[in-house]
Design a protein around this ligand. Sequence first.
Ligand code: R5P
Length: 292
Amino acid sequence: MTVTIIGGSASIDLARKISDRLGSDFVSSSVRTFPDGESKVTLSKAPSDGKIVVVNSTCPPVDTNLVQTLSIISKAREFSDDVVSVVPYMGYSRQDREFLPGEISTLSVVAELLKSSGSSEITSIDIHSDAGIRHFKGSIRNLSAIPDLVAETRKVGLDNPIVVSPDNGGIKRAESFSEIYGTDYTFLNKVRDGITGDVGISSNGHIDLEGRDVIIVDDMISTGGSITKSADFLKKGGCGRIFVACTHAVFIGDAQKRIMGSGVEGIISTNTVPNPTSTVDVSKIIAESISF
Ligand code: R5P
């Protein structure tokens, strides 16, 4: 069967890598932004019928990239009934429940939009929570970049490292990372103010990190608040070197600089959101997930 990969502007390099791995046709897309902010998306050529795989992360500007992704999916559907939508970083993943009365779980709206625009299947990587995955009602494949993040982190050569989740929501992720690495894990207590977004970190009561190197594992970095506050806390506890491994380094504003200024020696992330720390390439796990 013919496979065509269409790359959206947020993931064009990743899409090309997936296409190279599969030896498939490749269609790029370009975007023109009108003065009022609307996007005009144009494909470089018509895709063949057969399987079409649309690849685009909905990283910032989130709404713009979401509309572009939906537009490409809808166009792809004109050529094929078999449209796989790969959204490596799924924006809105943290909006998976009603935290305050009246809030909307926008991830459920995104899930419906991805389906109704023409996706027969949806693929993403390390979605923030199981609650979020449930909004897709069985139509999503959630791949894990953790084995590849572990392999990359090993290259640092850490001394008796312990894996730390910055919050209890990330315990499963830290556990999985530590199992593959072959070490232990713990977690911190994180409280985020629902209105201001400010983060406070405290002990879970059972942490002894004295002299041990630390790998803080998280699904994503946005403002960097969770990581900088965790690093401050861990240093006060007398830990050794601190590194961060995360799947999606979104880096809002000067987040990367602030993290490095908080005593973290290195950040390892994937190219779901391309930036200078994305040394882990997820094209292999995505290509392997695409069945012919
Ligand atoms: C939240 O539970 C997530 O797993 C991340 O810890 C969080 O979204 C990171 O955001 P920020 O970098 O703004 O603290």
